[in-house]
Design a protein around this ligand. Structure first.
Ligand SMILES: Nc1ncnc2c1ncn2[C@@H]1O[C@H](COP(=O)(O)OP(=O)(O)OP(=O)(O)O)[C@@H](O)[C@H]1O
Ligand SMILES: NC(=O)c1ccc[n+]([C@@H]2O[C@H](COP(=O)(O)O)[C@@H](O)[C@H]2O)c1
Length: 178
């Protein structure tokens, strides 16, 4: 895609950030001057589906993007936590109230794409990267089941960052208590 936008949103829960997200962010930055990474479901934490807090997710994303892309590139990226609301139909309107102006969304999620399209905004489907392995759900399941293949889905240095939050231990312990 050659089109150039001023600002696009990339929403996700990032539980945890993985290589698929990094590729999607790179793609979004190839078609837009700026992007807003929406750290969604910001009210969630300490559950199996959402082990990390919004603040932890922001720190992780910021660290990884600085390492992957460098400071100049990161000046084009906002990272904003957003809590879910019950009403899908007004979600885009709610985002418009909370965020700087945007042209549309980059996503692989059909609900998200539909909500933006129906509000007359750009809805750009991004390419998926090794989706069988690289999804938050698969990574969390692998960790809980004590497998190691998930490590192929995150940059090497990310284990250390995740260690800071005791991510593996937290998830395993949540899986026993939930
Ligand atoms: N492997 C992947 N390659 C490219 N983009 C991806 C990949 N996995 C997820 N995404 C994109 O990330 C966004 C969603 O982020 P989120 O963290 O919720 O993803 P997820 O990995 O599917 O999480 P979960 O499995 O926990 O629901 C979507 O736009 C989706 O298209
Ligand atoms: N009604 C809402 O609050 C609403 C609607 C669509 C997506 N979202 C959020 O956007 C984020 C990204 O969604 P997916 O992970 O499903 O792609 C998630 O945190 C999701 O909860 C929220």
């Amino acid at each position: 895609m050659q089109e150039n936008y001023d600002r696009l949103i990339f929403p996700g829960r990032f539980q945890p950030l993985h290589i698929g997200h990094i590729k999607a962010i790179e793609y979004a930055l190839s078609i837009s001057k700026e992007i807003i990474i929406v750290v969604g479901s910001a009210q969630e934490s300490y559950t199996i589906k959402n082990p990390l807090t919004a603040g932890e997710r922001i720190e992780i994303i910021k660290n990884v993007l600085l390492k992957e892309f460098g400071e100049d590139y990161c000046k084009r990226i906002y990272i904003v936590p957003i809590m879910d609301i019950e009403m899908n139909k007004v979600w885009v309107q709610y985002l418009k109230m909370l965020l700087p102006e945007f042209d549309g969304v980059v996503s692989g999620n059909s609900l998200v794409l539909n909500l933006f399209r129906d509000m007359g905004l750009k809805a750009i489907m991004q390419p998926m990267f090794n989706r069988n392995l690289c999804s938050g759900t698969n990574i969390r399941n692998e960790i809980i089941e004590g497998r190691d293949d998930w490590k192929k889905c995150v940059p090497n240095y990310l284990y250390e960052i995740l260690d800071k939050y005791h991510f593996v231990e937290r998830l395993r312990s949540l899986s026993k208590s939930d």
